[in-house]
Design a binder for this molecule. Structure first.
Ligand code: GLN
Length: 464
């Protein structure tokens, strides 16, 4: 099977009868077994996908098919799909079958997409390497000794290795964008509230957003048209949708480059170089480039980890072994939780409980909330004078699987460029730049005003 860059090419081939959905599904299934070392899919819905492909093929012949007919999707193992297992890569949810589908799942199915299976991730979406999983680590298709990033590491790995055309992941602090950077794919974290979170297993509810990982901007736009928009099951979901978004008509754009990001102490020189090259070529093409400062950059990571662990400690209190998934045979909630959760999840529950406890609440939680508001204010201010903010997606390239030389806190600091958009709620797209080393590429992020995804995507496609 061809490695289709964009779903547009698949649509063309389907239309001309050069391929069928059945052949497509078979092609991806073959790729999954060929690349089983990647450990990307933790469950493949083989028979079901083949059956669905047949049905959609006949719908195509009858010209009754939906907008996503022939689109084969992988879903992160934290997005619920009715009557299918969903475990958030955790022992505590092993065996849990969801009684309902997430809104995004219902919407893509209604447009005839084919869901091929569920994809590995870090447990409860906590991590940057996809190593914290009961299913074992996922590998990076560019070099299998390296991590694919996290927590939606398998989503990016699967798209890059052509195991599916597009993947749905979730981004709380960079989990769509950082794996996209590590695997050379494109990933969008939508504006908070553009996509319903109904059916997404919660990590930190005021940060979480579902979004796509793909090889082309075309694919991202296509799926955003379908998954975005108001949902009665999620009260934080906005009435605004992707389809009705306006885009800039002015040819020359105003980019704000984050000074602190390019001057960041730990940044890989190759990444800095590729990023600077991109900025220089934008300037040469006549776009306005200003170097602006976000003095709060050094507080972003601590602020993110205080707030997300606080929310996680509350969200994860529902796993008591009574309602869903695993229960230890002594029937005790404490044993179920201590045996069911992995190390990183426990670390975060402890940290979150600590920052919410009496005496520390004002010093940590409240202070972090204030910083969050300041970050949002400063970002809005920058975006009132500029069209977009540009910064690298990650300061470093992927690291080797099992690298023990990186402490958990050092790993947290790898999120320094991605947590910004989740703290402020703005949309952010990560896209690949040139190669830096060993096939690994640098990536940049473009952050825009709230609900400006369509414009961000057009600008990345046509201007950058
Ligand atoms: N690496 C970040 C964390 O561990 C991001 C996670 C995410 O976006 N889900 O919290």
């Amino acid at each position: 099977m061809k490695n289709y860059y964009s779903f547009k090419d698949i649509q063309g081939d389907l239309c001309r009868g050069e391929i069928t959905c059945q052949k497509l599904v078979q092609g991806y299934l073959d790729n999954i077994s060929k690349h089983s070392k990647l450990n990307a899919f933790v469950e493949v819905y083989k028979e079901e996908s083949i059956k669905r492909a047949k049905e959609i093929d006949s719908k195509i012949i009858q010209k009754k098919s939906g907008k996503l007919a022939g689109l084969v999707i992988g879903i992160k193992d934290n997005i619920c799909y009715k009557n299918h297992e969903c475990s958030a890569a955790s022992k505590i949810l092993k065996g849990f079958k969801s009684p309902y589908s997430a809104t995004v799942i219902k919407r893509v199915l209604a447009e005839d997409a084919i869901i091929l299976g569920r994809l590995n991730c870090d447990e409860f979406a906590m991590g940057s390497s996809n190593e914290n999983s009961i299913y074992g680590p996922t590998r990076n298709p560019i070099n299998i000794d390296f991590v694919p990033g996290g927590s939606s590491g398998a989503s990016a790995s699967a798209v890059k290795a052509n195991l599916c055309q597009i993947a749905l992941g979730s981004d709380t602090g960079g989990s769509i964008r950082q794996p996209s950077a590590f695997c050379g794919t494109i990933g969008l974290k939508p504006t908070y509230g553009l996509v319903s979170r109904h059916g997404l297993i919660a990590y930190a509810s005021s940060f979480d957003q579902i979004g796509p990982i793909a090889k082309s901007i075309y694919d991202i736009k296509l799926i955003m048209n379908i998954i975005s928009g108001q949902d009665e099951f999620d009260s934080t979901c906005s009435a605004k949708d992707f389809a009705s978004q306006k885009t800039l008509t002015r040819k020359k754009r105003k980019f704000a480059v984050l000074k602190e990001a390019i001057e960041f102490k730990g940044i890989n020189p190759g990444i800095k170089n590729e990023f600077t090259k991109m900025v220089d070529s934008l300037r040469l093409e006549g776009h306005q480039i200003s170097y602006i400062s976000l003095p709060l950059l050094e507080y972003l990571v601590p602020c993110y980890y205080i707030l997300t662990t606080a929310e996680a400690s509350s969200n994860l209190s529902r796993y008591d072994g009574v309602k869903y998934g695993y229960q230890h045979n002594d029937g005790l909630i404490s044993t179920t939780r201590s045996k069911g959760f992995g190390k990183e999840v426990k670390r975060r529950i402890l940290l979150g409980t600590y920052v919410l406890s009496e005496g520390y609440y004002e010093d940590f939680y409240i202070k972090a909330q204030k910083i969050r508001r300041l970050v949002q204010k400063q970002t809005n201010k920058i975006l009132s004078k500029h069209d977009y903010i540009l910064l690298p997606t990650t300061p470093n390239l992927p690291f080797k699987i099992g690298d023990k030389n990186i402490s958990p806190v050092q790993r947290y600091y790898e999120d320094v460029f991605t947590v910004h958009a989740n703290l402020s709620g703005h949309p952010a797209l990560s896209f690949p730049l040139g190669e830096v080393e060993g096939g690994f590429r640098a990536s940049a992020q473009i952050i825009g005003n709230f609900f400006s995804e369509k414009d961000i995507l057009n600008t990345t496609e046509n201007v950058i």
